[in-house]
Design a protein around this ligand. Structure first.
Ligand code: 5GP
Ligand code: MN
Ligand code: MN
Length: 222
């Protein structure tokens, strides 16, 4: 028998701009890499929760972004609204059929937004929480040099995140945040996917990104 693969589909930066016709391809796991809302208020979280609840994927993982204030200002209330609907990851991990995921919402400071941290030691401390052996890393923001080029031609990704990803070598690094840098890049060890659904004008025009990860031996029937 060929080895089993876990199928995964990633979206990000939907900003509550997706309409009823927005279709997410079938997969074992649905990932949302943050910025599901516009202003981060609870009614927007409820709208997003209804969308996620309606998706047929057996596993769903959500990370917050800099628009998703409710997870910073009212974390217990916000988490409760997603309870039983999906797995919310904030500097935390989940293992699905032996495939290890880690999620984190932080990004380099830009204006006054949620989950902003100063470049350097503050961000490094969050990335140092990522354990060895992660297969799929999910952050809201990009690392430096991958999916991080703004429309002005400036690479604004996090240099500390790049250093940690280059050391830990996850198979996939999924993020969004820089809408205009939607797409895929690679280095020798990692595939980087900027899964931003919305474009620079906040129109939900970019397709969900699908990929597979082999299930480790011994987990195939889990
Ligand atoms: P959002 O507000 O949804 O987090 O980001 C929307 C857009 O703001 C991005 O597509 C990008 O053009 C811009 N942006 C977000 N973060 C940064 C940043 O750190 N630096 C710069 N120059 N632009 C950013
Ligand atoms: Mn966004
Ligand atoms: Mn963002």
């Amino acid at each position: 028998m060929p080895p089993r693969e876990l199928s995964i589909v990633a979206i990000s930066d939907t900003h509550n701009r997706i309409d009823a016709g927005f279709e997410v391809p079938a997969a074992d796991v649905l990932i949302h890499a943050g910025d599901f809302s516009g202003s981060g208020r609870l009614p927007e979280l409820d709208e997003f929760a209804a969308f996620i609840r309606a998706q047929p994927h057996p596993h769903k993982i959500v990370v917050a972004g800099n628009h998703d204030w409710c997870f910073q200002r009212q974390p217990e209330v916000a988490r409760a609204r997603l309870a039983g609907i999906c797995t919310y990851l904030e500097d935390d991990g989940v293992t699905i059929e032996g495939v290890r995921f880690w999620g984190s919402p932080w990004q380099p400071e830009f204006h006054d937004w949620a989950f902003n941290l100063t470049r350097g030691a503050e961000l490094r401390a969050k990335w140092d929480l990522i354990p060895e052996g992660i297969d799929v890393l999910i952050t809201h923001g990009p690392p430096l040099g991958h999916g991080d080029m703004t429309f002005r031609g400036v690479a604004v990704g996090c240099e500390e995140l790049l250093a940690v990803v280059e050391r830990l070598r996850p198979r996939y690094h999924i993020f969004g945040h820089i809408h205009e840098a939607y797409g895929i890049t690679r280095n020798d060890h990692t595939t980087f996917i900027n899964a931003s659904t919305c474009d620079f004008g906040y129109q939900a025009v970019n397709a969900p990104c699908t990929f597979t990860v082999p299930v480790p031996a011994g987990e195939a029937n889990a």
